[in-house]
Design a protein around this ligand. Structure first.
Ligand SMILES: Nc1nc2c(c(=O)[nH]1)N=C([C@H](O)[C@@H](O)CO)CN2
Length: 117
């Protein structure tokens, strides 16, 4: 399978387990790799045949902004479930990081893979 990707998507999120985190917005960083057969849009040259990365990115932003999430695990899972269900993505890898959460680190977070490649 080929890949359609979104890299370094930065979104203001309400996320975290601590009371002070419930009152603020923090930047998160999202990378997504999604399996897709790109030979079909390559042959047709039609956007309808693609896995549209703009539509996918907009949906992720909407999902992040819709709620408070305690854990990065829960938000990563919601992103994976939504893209697989709504955009028929058969396999994906979601990396979700909090760049400012742990002093001394560049970033902390999770990476999950779901579906069949
Ligand atoms: N595996 C996880 N560990 C931690 C999380 C998390 O979501 N998953 N969250 C926190 C806090 O919210 C932290 O980011 C605040 O600095 C701690 N550990």
């Amino acid at each position: 399978m080929d890949i359609v990707y979104i890299r370094d998507l930065r979104i203001k999120a309400r996320i975290g387990i601590y009371p002070w985190e419930k009152a603020i917005q923090q930047q998160i960083r999202v990378d997504i790799e999604m399996a897709w057969d790109n030979r079909i849009p390559a042959a047709s040259d039609k956007i309808e045949d693609t896995l549209n990365y703009k539509t996918a990115a907009q949906r992720v932003v909407q999902l992040v902004e819709a709620d408070h999430y305690d854990l990065v695990e829960r938000l990563a899972e919601e992103i994976a479930k939504t893209l697989m269900t709504e955009m028929q993505v058969p396999w994906l890898r979601v990396t979700l990081g909090k760049p400012f959460a742990v002093k001394g680190s560049a970033e902390v977070g999770v990476q999950i893979e779901r579906g069949q490649r």
